[in-house]
Design a protein around this ligand. Structure first.
Ligand code: FMN
Length: 173
């Protein structure tokens, strides 16, 4: 099963729009993918689900992680890296079995110029530690506000080309 992790809990994020775009694009290639939206994290996560604790609310997300073999992470740039809530989510998941020897595809987005190059590098380090195998083609999409149309979809020719290529490679990975 493929799961697309929308890597922030910010309401109305561009990250979720990109996650939905990827979900549709996978479907267009005959591949179902679910979204795991970090806005669904328990609001008490840091007291209810870390260091051996587990709430029924988070257990549902853990079950989705456990059933997943391939993860697509859509990761916004927050203060030059990936969001802290994404790391807290990873820390709350069962270790090591949640991600061990599974596969990941990384997409960085930002409102600035760099498309979260550093955050994707930082997150790649976490993936290495987890033995989560990352598709070599990582995408960095800067100036995200200029990339999405009114329906929240990519429309620029090169973005369609590179996201399509990444999805094809990840299906085959
Ligand atoms: C806490 C926070 C920190 C941010 N830091 C950066 C940054 O370092 N560089 C940048 O280009 N954009 C930064 N942004 C803007 C996001 O990249 C922008 O909101 C973009 O739409 C992706 O985030 P979103 O999914 O929350 O919309 C930041 C946004 C937030 C909320």
């Amino acid at each position: 099963m493929i799961t697309i992790v929308s890597g922030t809990n910010r309401p109305e994020s561009n990250t979720l729009k990109v996650a939905k775009y990827y979900q549709e694009a996978f479907l267009g290639k005959g591949q179902e993918a679910n979204i795991l939206n970090l806005t669904d994290l328990p609001s008490a996560l840091i007291t209810s689900d870390l260091y051996g604790k587990r709430s029924p609310e988070f257990q549902k997300m853990q079950d989705q992680v456990t059933a997943t073999t391939k993860f697509v992470f859509i990761i916004p740039e927050y203060n030059g890296s990936f969001p802290g809530v994404l790391k807290t989510f990873i820390d709350a998941c069962s270790f090591p079995e949640s991600f061990y020897d599974k596969k990941a595809c990384l997409v960085g987005i930002s409102s600035g110029k760099y498309g979260n190059i550093r955050g994707i590098d930082h997150f790649g380090g976490v993936c290495s530690y987890l033995h989560l195998h990352v598709l070599p083609l990582r995408l960095h999409i800067p100036a995200i506000k200029t990339e999405l149309d009114e329906s929240g979809a990519f429309y620029k020719e090169d973005t369609l080309k590179f996201t399509g290529q990444q999805i094809d490679k990840f299906i085959a990975y």
